[in-house]
Design a protein around this ligand. Structure first.
Ligand code: AMP
Length: 176
């Protein structure tokens, strides 16, 4: 899609959080009313006919559009969070990131076998974070699962999409 207004408003922060990382700062898209509307509209259009019943947002930048899109789709919203943040019984997955190791958790009762799930995060880099979330969601055995990102990093050596099989459809609003 690569909407020009989104591309123009996305901030790049060099060497954050460590030297060598070009950090794509989506807060500049969230704070702009037109960008916020465009992103919610684009994701809504992609998934409006898919029968989505739950949107899973990944902490923390995945919460913003995840919740907004869930509202538009008439779906529920589920948080996938960093360790120790969710209060009730959880399931956990540990994975490698572009810069370090991490764990995510989801509530044990977050998803049922009747759900059609859309998992959303801001950015696909190595794919480790989303692959961990996808594994957690698949563990609930939902009817179907979709994946969406605002940004896919098309940098040689990252190959984020290779973490996923053909059984899951992945969409992104921008490829950079
Ligand atoms: P990965 O697991 O490598 O696909 O990394 C994706 C997660 O890390 C997302 O939650 C992003 O918010 C964050 N992330 C990784 N690399 C970047 C980057 N270059 N710019 C912004 N966020 C990033």
């Amino acid at each position: 899609m690569n909407n020009e207004i989104l591309l123009k408003n996305l901030r790049n922060v060099p060497d954050f959080p460590i030297p060598g990382i070009q950090f794509k700062d989506v807060t500049t898209l969230f704070k702009d009313p037109e960008c916020l509307r465009i992103m919610v509209d684009e994701i809504y259009e992609l998934y409006k006919d898919k029968g989505i019943t739950k949107v899973v947002g990944l902490e923390s930048r995945g919460f913003v559009l995840g919740a907004a899109v869930a509202l538009r789709l008439g779906a529920g919203f589920v948080m996938c969070r960093k360790p120790g943040k969710l209060p009730a019984q959880t399931r956990k997955a540990t994975y490698m990131k572009e810069y370090g190791k991490d764990t995510i958790e989801i509530h044990d009762d977050a998803i049922t076998e009747d759900d059609v799930v859309l998992i959303h995060d801001d950015l696909l880099a190595t794919g480790g974070t989303m692959a961990a979330a996808y594994g957690l969601v698949k563990g609930f055995n939902p009817k179907k699962t979709f994946i969406n990102f605002i940004i896919e990093l098309a940098i040689e050596g990252l190959n984020g999409r290779e973490c996923f099989g053909d059984d899951v459809e992945i969409t992104t609003l921008m490829t950079i």
